[in-house]
Structures are given as C-alpha cells and as structure tokens.
Design a protein around this ligand. Structure first.
Ligand code: SF4
Ligand code: SF4
Length: 361
C-alpha cells in the first residue's frame, strides 16, 4: 500500500497513549480494542510493513466515523481521521474495498445517494416544487434529508417559509460529494461530484446548507480538494440564528427544558457552537448535556447504519445516556442524520427534537 509520507508518519507516531481511547464512539459502543484509533493505526502499520494484507483491515478501517473526537484530544497532533481516509482511498484505487462499501459507492455514483433511492417522498416533492422558481438563495437539503428523513426536510422548508425568505430548492439537487468522500476520500470521482455540485451552487448568491456534514464538506473539504464555490455557503443554523436575531423569524417560548447535542461537523470542523444555542434559547430553556461543544460525542448516522446496523443504535444509546445521567429527557440536535439515529434508539421517556421542531412549535 502506497501511503503518503505524512500518512505513514501519523500512523507510526501515534502511540498507545490511551488519551483518545475513551472518547471513540465506536470503540465505546463495541467495547472492542480493535475499534479504537490506535488499534487502527497498528493495523495500517502492519499492512505498510507487509505483515498482513490490506483486505484484512478494511472492515476495521470502515468502523471509523471520521468524527474527529480522537483528533480533538490528541495533544501530540496525530490524526486518525486522515490515516483512515487515506487508507480507504488506497483500497479503492487497489480494488480492495469490502463488497458492502462497493455497493454504497456504486449507489453514490449511480443515484447520487449512498442508499440507492431514486424517488423522493411525495410530500417533500410538493414542498420542493413550491420553491422551484429562481431566487438568490438556494436551500441545499442533502441526501439524508431528501431520501431518508423527508419529514425533516419539509420542516426546514417550513422554517424559511415562516420567516418569509425567498429561496429555491432543487428537484434535481446534485450530490454534495460528502457521502462519496466519507467512503473513498480524495478520489477523482469524488472531486468530479463536488465540482458538478459547485457549478450548480455558483448560480446563487447564498447557499443555505441544511446538513452539517454537507456544510463541512462544502465549506472545508472543497477547498482542500481545489474545488471553488463562489456562492456564500452558510450553515442552516447560522442562517436561521440570524433570522431569529434580527426579528425576521418570530419565536415563542415552548415551555420546554432541553439539552443540545452538538453535531461534530458544526462544533469541531466548522467551530460553530453558539448559533443553535441562540435559536434554542429563543424557544426553550437550555441546559448543557455532558460532553458538549467541541467535546461532543457523535450519535450515529444513517450511512454507517447501512453496514453497522447493530453498532449504530448502541452509539446513539450511549449519547442518550449522557442526557439521562444528568436527569434530562429532551435532546435537541441540528444534524438530520444524528436526529434520525437518536430518534430510532430513544426510549419512550426521552424526546428527540430538531431545531426546526422548536421553531415550528
Ligand atoms: S491518536 Fe493521539 S491520543 Fe490517540 S492514541 Fe494516537 S497519539 Fe494517543
Ligand atoms: S474519528 Fe471518531 S470514530 Fe474515528 S477513531 Fe476517531 S474517535 Fe473513533
């Protein structure tokens, strides 16, 4: 396996120092030592030294959610996300991806989403059709909202309608490239998908990005891969927080007391933690759950649930426990995929809400 020198350095320099051992959501859910960042480095190192075959570690390489919790606590600056993603790219180039990953990659290339869904929910189609006219502002919904959690996509549209914003939603929205990037990293197919999406976005002044993973991809990864977006890309939460702040979006107190689960892509990758809190404070009493802001713990998602269906609910349950353990029973999040993951795992006495739920109450 021909990894870059930088990647080899990170793989070989990462020490079994245990500083990130306790923070990995997958390692904590499985309880397996092999799921931890350092164990992944060890496996990649063994492949580099030709002691084992690349195929032997690929299941393990795809256990990483690329959530960056380990990177956040590694004081020596080593980056398990980088070496997991580069190993995925090399495996893709060498034709050594697991079959279940090849299926997801093929779906991304054929239908623009990893789930291979080709038809949107009828109610969402109607909501989108009401915003087909050209405006300066594009609401970019993303694959998870469009194909897996359409009720949340409809709520996002309703929030902007409530504020009187003139905006466009595309019936044929292009893939952002975030799912394909998660699966195979900086491959040419990924850059091609991103370039095609950027060309569409460049027809607008502002692109409001609903899904935090898409926002991270468009605002950060596009630059890293040399893909230019001239439109101003903003997160849905920062756009809506401004509408609340300037009085365009009227809010009312719901009487609820809630905790906020920070999506890692907002809190760590985009360093956006306060905008969602400002929205929540306009609608509810906000308490803080354990491990908040940059220390947040990923709560599972829809993409990894495709191939780790038993592990992802355990990841979500552990995150719910962080709220339960301080006596809280209502969790609000701003990630459509983590919302779906938490909701599927929540017991009856725990409510999972989105920012949109609070605003539309
Ligand atoms: S990534 Fe950093 S914190 Fe984690 S085991 Fe390696 S050196 Fe330690
Ligand atoms: S990025 Fe997240 S899932 Fe991957 S090894 Fe680090 S903490 Fe674990």
């Amino acid at each position: 396996m021909n990894l870059s020198e930088k990647c080899k350095q990170h793989v070989d320099s990462c020490r079994f120092c245990w500083m990130c051992h306790h923070i990995c959501p997958i390692g904590n859910a499985t309880g397996h030592e092999r799921s931890t960042p350092r164990a992944r480095a060890l496996g990649i190192s063994l492949v580099n030294r030709e002691a084992i075959e690349l195929e032997e570690i690929m299941d393990n390489v795809y256990e990483c959610a690329t959530c960056g919790a380990c990177v956040n606590v590694c004081v020596t600056g080593w980056d398990p996300v980088m070496f997991a993603k580069e190993t995925r790219l090399k495996a893709a180039l060498e034709g050594k991806l697991p079959t279940y990953i090849n299926t997801l990659v093929d779906n991304c290339l054929d239908s623009g989403n990893a789930y291979g869904v080709t038809e949107m929910n009828g109610d969402l189609q109607a909501a989108i059709a009401a915003h087909s006219a050209a405006t300066d502002t594009l609401l970019f919904l993303g694959a998870d909202a469009r194909y897996m959690v359409p009720e949340q996509a409809i709520k996002a549209i309703k929030v902007l309608e409530k504020a009187g914003v003139q905006f466009t939603v595309l019936a044929d929205e292009p893939a952002s490239g975030s799912q394909l990037d998660f699966l195979i990293g900086a491959a040419q197919e990924v850059k091609d998908q991103m370039t095609a999406a950027a060309a569409v976005m460049n027809g607008y002044k502002t692109v409001v990005v609903y899904d935090p993973i898409d926002a991270k991809t468009i605002k950060r990864t596009y630059k890293e891969y040399g893909v230019d977006v001239n439109a101003k890309a903003v997160t849905f939460t920062s756009f809506v927080a401004e509408l609340v702040k300037n009085g365009t979006l009227k809010t009312a107190q719901s009487g609820l007391t809630v905790v906020y689960h920070d999506p890692f892509a907002l809190a760590r990758d985009l360093e956006e933690t306060e905008e969602a809190r400002e929205i929540i404070k306009a609608t509810a009493t906000l308490h803080e759950m354990l491990l908040n802001r940059k220390e947040t713990v990923w709560a599972g998602d829809l993409l990894m649930a495709q191939y780790l269906p038993n592990v992802i609910p355990m990841v979500a349950k552990r995150r719910i426990f962080n709220a339960q353990s301080i006596g809280e029973n209502t969790i609000v999040t701003a990630s459509v995929s983590e919302y779906a993951s938490l909701k599927a795992a929540a017991p009856d006495d725990i409510a999972i809400l989105s920012i949109e739920d609070l605003l539309l109450k």
